[in-house]
Write a protein that binds this ligand. Structure first.
Ligand code: NAD
Length: 470
């Protein structure tokens, strides 16, 4: 099929089946398996990140009003790091991994062989539309697979840029981009894949998993949730508020899966925290944040309405202690702090995914663990404290996809750490070696080293352990 057949609106079940058939053929021809093919693709992608930096920044600005520096650090640099780390380590990742043997398996050797899965599907989301598309593709290529990328239609400039750029840099017989929304994704999901990685909300996550189940296809679901930030009173407040602000408003104006969703702090400490947050916000975004060029806008009017509803339901707008400005025309909402909204209000039961930040107060900071654990498991959880014992209790007692202590979002930037959710926030993980493992099958290989008595290894074992044979 030519590239035109994969354009949005023209991609149906027949086209999807043809595409998968073509890529499967390419996979079976063996070309994606070689180390050289994999590294050629990855080097080329790394080159694309340098040569097309401006186009990527422009597309992200068009889709989300993303500030240039944010696009560079969060989307381009992280993608570059992913390519560089993979290129540096791939040879060792690909090597069979020796496993020790025991008397029961004597005399044999054993190893784990990483083999590519086949043809994999990457479905990505709109909020980091470049990184969330490229990073799983890097993992799929590194593991030697053919791959189809379906970027999000909610970020159309980035989606179309990926569709235009990739054929110029990578091998189109094995790596393809399909643009489109629900009909195109449904057509893709009807096909048999060897793995699907989906990034997005948990409602669609369930649709993806149900479609995959028909073919017994394994899935990685990178979902979201409400990421809590516990702020202890024993804390460097200036540092804490700056880091919370970076993780919240400095990440796509809160439209990030691991952005702080709500804060829990002690009642007596809350006024100090709020004052410090206000000062930090003024340093970061000036007296009129609605005019700041350092804040992304809300992606579209549907999401603007969704976030507005969180403010307009359950009278929570009465709880605003800072911010609250909205401009529907410009799709802008200012950084907004709310104090002690009801725990059963919409804003505390739905993922916020925007610039609103409720602060919940408790008598004792240890109560925060119960609040977090009474809710679905979050993708990330954060703690700010100087108290080592509290930190240990938090790490042991709170279940989350990942954590940062005295920081927000830091853990996602380290390719040595797995990135993924737990429970309602997702399943499976990727980044760095974890991506390679996610897109590989770990094949067990045993080898008889020396047949001692007519090759009767079982006989030898049974003799060694003194088992009577019939
Ligand atoms: P989205 O609207 O871009 O949807 C994600 C993908 O699902 C898109 O490619 C879209 O085409 C596809 N899709 C949508 N509806 C579908 C359907 N009915 N059938 C098949 N495919 C469909 O993104 P979103 O869901 O609004 O993303 C926001 C959510 O994603 C939040 O919950 C956020 O926390 C989560 N998220 C998670 C991560 C992570 O890495 N864990 C990263 C970013 C976002």
């Amino acid at each position: 099929m030519d590239g035109d057949g994969e354009r949005k609106g023209e991609f149906d079940g027949k086209a999807a089946a043809e595409l998968v058939g073509e890529l499967r053929q390419s996979f079976w021809n063996g070309k994606t398996r070689s180390y050289d093919w994999r590294t050629d693709q990855l080097r080329s992608l790394a080159r694309m990140l340098v040569e097309k930096e401006k186009d990527i920044i422009d597309a992200l600005h068009e889709d989300l009003g993303k500030p240039e520096m944010e696009s560079f650090i969060h989307e381009i640099s992280l993608a570059k790091d992913g390519c560089a780390r993979t290129l540096k380590e791939l040879k060792s990742w690909m090597k069979p991994q020796k496993v020790s043997t025991s008397i029961t398996t004597f005399p044999s050797s054993a190893e784990i062989v990483s083999e590519p899965l086949g043809v994999v599907l990457v479905i990505s989301a709109w909020n980091y539309p470049f990184l969330l598309s490229l990073e799983p593709v890097v993992g799929a290529i590194a593991a030697g697979n053919a791959v189809v990328l379906k970027p999000s239609e909610i970020a159309p400039a980035t989606s179309s840029l990926l569709k235009r750029l990739l054929p110029g840099y990578v091998d189109s017989s094995s790596i393809r981009v399909v643009e489109g929304g629900v009909p195109e994704t449904t057509a893709l999901l009807d096909q048999k894949w060897d793995k699907i990685i989906y990034t997005g909300n948990s409602k669609v996550g369930r649709i993806v998993m149900a479609a995959a189940a028909k073919h017994l296809t394994p899935v990685v679901l990178e979902l979201g949730g409400k990421c809590p930030v516990v702020v202890d009173s024993k804390v460097d407040l200036d540092v804490a508020t700056k880091r919370i602000a970076v993780g919240k408003w400095g990440c796509n104006n809160g439209q990030a899966c691991i952005s702080p969703d709500y804060i829990i702090t002690e009642r007596e400490f809350a006024p100090k925290l709020i004052e410090a947050m206000k000062s930090t916000l003024e340093i970061f975004y000036g007296k009129d944040p609605m005019a700041s060029k350092d804040l992304s806008r809300i992606v579209n009017s549907n999401h603007f309405k969704r976030i507005s509803k969180l403010l307009d339901s359950d009278k929570v707008s009465e709880k605003i202690v800072h911010g609250g400005q909205r401009d529907e025309q410009a799709l802008k909402i200012s950084p907004t702090l709310l104090l002690d909204v009801p725990q059963d209000s919409l804003i505390m039961t739905e993922e916020i995914f925007g610039p609103l930040l409720p602060i919940i107060t408790v008598d004792d900071i240890h109560q925060s663990f119960d609040i977090i654990n009474s809710r679905p498991k979050p993708l990330a959880a954060y703690l700010f404290t100087k108290d080592k014992k509290l930190e240990e209790k938090f790490v042991r007692g709170v279940s989350a996809g990942g954590m940062s202590i005295n920081e927000t979002v830091l853990h996602i930037t380290n390719p040595g750490l797995p990135f993924g959710g737990v429970g309602e926030s997702g399943m499976g993980a990727y980044h760095g070696k974890f991506s390679f493992d996610t897109f590989s099958h770990k094949k067990a290989k045993s080898r008889l080293l020396k047949a001692l008595v007519n090759g009767d290894i079982i006989g030898i074992i049974l003799a060694l352990i003194g088992w009577p044979r019939a």
